[in-house]
Design a protein around this ligand. Structure first.
Ligand code: MTE
Length: 330
């Protein structure tokens, strides 16, 4: 019997409530402790009312001092940058629920300490603290388009570092063919992970050629600040020529392997979500067209571009792949 799991992108737009502002209790308490003269005054309440989701998350992130970083001008946009309040309130992060407004729930995720494991086919497996890793990586900002398989898109300034720098740091063996990435697993803080019918933890994979391609980026910041929890703190993948579900969030492990990893969505519905997931307007999703996309904030439908507009960068990666054998665009 085929059990059809309803995905978040199947909910009608009318059910999506933007989460522009929420009250972070920890920050409220800290603010109150630091400025006792304000306690009980209308001033404190107003300050908290105005607090954005992004601001709230900065407080317990020691990497805040690293940002902003200088922009790499090589990567340009053909559309305005999406409003920060929208990009940080309209999210897919199934660990915290299958709707778009998971931002408040995601604040439960502890992001310090955060240990990243490098293992599998590497010279030597190791575990590294996120702040030690950040100190060794060449941070820069890039403007990237982001195209979700659900046919909406946005354009955001990510800060972070080229994934190639991370691969070099991990020292994989020459026999490694893929990088398998895994998200944290903690059903106590992530309510969605208590739903046993999903194959937790979230897993994604890239070939070594993709992972070391200049466009593959590990995002640790967003809008010139540490990346907020709902967008995948403290580190997430950004591969802008692929559909958004490849952009795995809150990664704890990079495993180098010679076996192609089966990703989270591929396990759930392999006929609709594959390994490659490269954007192509001419290859429809089995249940909807991919010819155009709704740009968040503009409420405008624009044509979708091959490889999400990054064909000049990445098309060569796939020129020798037999499309009769491989579903490059799904
Ligand atoms: N990573 C994890 N761990 N869990 C998720 O549910 N959703 C994916 C991707 N990464 C997801 C994830 C999907 S479907 C999309 S479109 C993007 O995250 C959304 O990223 P954003 O919220 O920063 O826009």
């Amino acid at each position: 019997m085929l059990i059809r799991i309803r995905r978040g992108w199947e909910i009608p737009e009318s059910q999506v409530t933007p989460e522009n502002c929420f009250l972070d209790r920890r920050r409220l308490l800290k603010t109150a402790a630091a400025g006792s003269m304000l306690i009980g005054s209308a001033g404190l309440l107003t300050a908290c009312d105005d607090m954005s989701v992004a601001e709230a998350a900065e407080d317990d992130d020691p990497s805040a001092k690293l940002y902003p970083v200088s922009r790499n001008e090589r990567y340009t946009l053909d559309r305005p940058i999406t409003d920060e309040s929208l990009a940080t309130s309209y999210n897919n992060f199934y660990e915290f629920g299958s709707s778009k407004n998971i931002a408040a729930k995601a604040q439960a995720l502890p992001i310090r300490p955060w240990t990243v494991t490098f293992d599998g086919m590497v010279e030597e497996p190791r575990e590294v603290d996120i702040d030690d890793l950040l100190a060794r990586m060449p941070l820069e900002e890039r403007l990237y388009r982001h195209r979700c398989v659900e046919a909406w898109s946005m354009a955001v300034p990510y800060s972070g570092f080229p994934m190639k720098a991370l691969v070099d740091f991990a020292k994989p063996l020459s026999s490694a063919k893929y990088v398998k990435m895994t998200t944290f697993l903690d059903p106590e803080v992530a309510g969605g992970q208590r739903a046993a019918w999903y194959p937790w933890p979230y897993v994604e994979g890239l070939t070594m050629a993709e992972a070391t391609h200049e466009l593959a980026f590990i995002a640790t910041g967003l809008y010139g600040k540490p990346i907020v929890k709902q967008n995948g703190a403290p580190l997430r993948l950004a591969v802008p020529w692929k559909y958004g579900f490849k952009h795995i969030k809150s990664i704890v492990r990079f495993e180098f392997t010679d076996e192609r990893p089966k990703s989270y969505w591929e396990v759930i519905q392999g006929s609709e979500y594959g390994f490659w997931a490269n954007v192509n307007p001419e290859v429809p999703h089995p249940r909807w067209s991919q010819a155009s996309e709704r740009v968040l904030g503009l409420n405008e439908q624009v044509p979708t571009l091959l490889y999400n507009g990054y064909a000049e960068f990445v098309a060569d990666l796939y020129k020798d792949i037999d499309t009769a054998e491989e579903r490059l665009f799904m």
